[in-house]
Design a protein around this ligand. Sequence first.
Ligand SMILES: NC(=O)c1ccc[n+]([C@@H]2O[C@H](COP(=O)([O-])OP(=O)(O)OC[C@H]3O[C@@H](n4cnc5c(N)ncnc54)[C@H](O)[C@@H]3O)[C@@H](O)[C@H]2O)c1
Ligand SMILES: O=P(O)(O)OC[C@H](O)CO
Length: 338
Amino acid sequence: MAKQYKVAIIGGGSFGTAIANIMADNGHDTCQWMRTAERVKEVNERHSNEVYLPGIKLNPSLRASCDLKETVSGCDAVFFSIPSKSSRDVAKQLADHLAPGTILVSTTKGIEFETNTLMSQVLREELPQVRLGVMSGPNLAKELAARMITGTVIASEDPDVNAVVQEILQCSYFRVYAGSDMYGVELAGALKNVYAITAGMAAALDCGHNTISMLVTRSLAEMSRYAVIKGADPLTFMGLAGVGDLFVTCTSPLSRNYRVGYELGKGRDLNEVVASLGQVAEGVNTLRLMKEQSEALDIYMPLVSGLYDIIYNGSKVSDVIGSMMCAEQSRDVEFVLK
Ligand SMILES: NC(=O)c1ccc[n+]([C@@H]2O[C@H](COP(=O)([O-])OP(=O)(O)OC[C@H]3O[C@@H](n4cnc5c(N)ncnc54)[C@H](O)[C@@H]3O)[C@@H](O)[C@H]2O)c1
Ligand SMILES: O=P(O)(O)OC[C@H](O)CO
């Protein structure tokens, strides 16, 4: 029989609940920390989290708690699934409760806005005692919670972290691949959200399949170009955390970032769209960061600039597309060509 671990998940939203449910399905002693007492009661008594995962029956062995110390005490591994905006605050709360050597896995696909810092770095700064990993891939929470076949990537500098996480999560519907390019895996997860907004907008404007295909492929080129300049391995972007996640997020209406783009494409106001979502769409802040970075580092990112101009400068979609199509002819796969 496979080893049973004591595990915790920090975050009571869609993804935290989906991951907690897998671990409970796998027979691990699983506790999920969430800040809302009403939601804790619902998970413990009705085995559901209707606000975030409507219609999903959770494993009855999954426990929830509002008590952070009790949740993580004695855990072998802790999964962190808090939106980037609040990650540092929650990490600070965890500081006194995580034993040295505990495995901590970030599943957050965002960047700290004020510092342009990835979550692994935020966690490293606040929780130096842990062994870190990041998990990312084409992982729509609703599909995972419905136990649809899914693959993901765990990346850590410590191969033991990868092996333990594979053992904890691997099951008949979830396949966990290992990687060592932690930076690339995490960056890919954050960047693809921006391009999903563009893809949602293109869908709202009834663009053809040729257009969507060009958009997604050039998105991959643009995010890879940025990531390579920042030190990531371009091959990471060919895997599940790169092209895999870009594909799912740019094509599925289950993606919140895609939905933001779709609603913007239908002419709705950004603030109104974000407020009505009721869940996080990390790409909105990541877009602003990428625009700043592309200017500061002089990286050619026409899709980021175009989307930024449409959302924040009131540019017309047709004008932005027109200027992109008339730009100087370029080479394909230039981000890997020397
Ligand atoms: N939903 C998905 O399909 C999915 C898949 C992979 C990764 N992710 C990433 O996981 C992260 C979390 O996403 P999600 O989908 O679970 O978001 P969500 O909006 O569904 O839920 C966010 C959760 O975080 C909690 N939270 C926010 N601020 C908090 C604070 N200060 N203290 C305590 N709790 C706080 C909220 O109460 C809520 O329970 C994001 O970075 C997202 O990109 C999401
Ligand atoms: O709903 P989104 O747009 O945050 O995307 C969810 C996941 O990241 C897809 O892998």
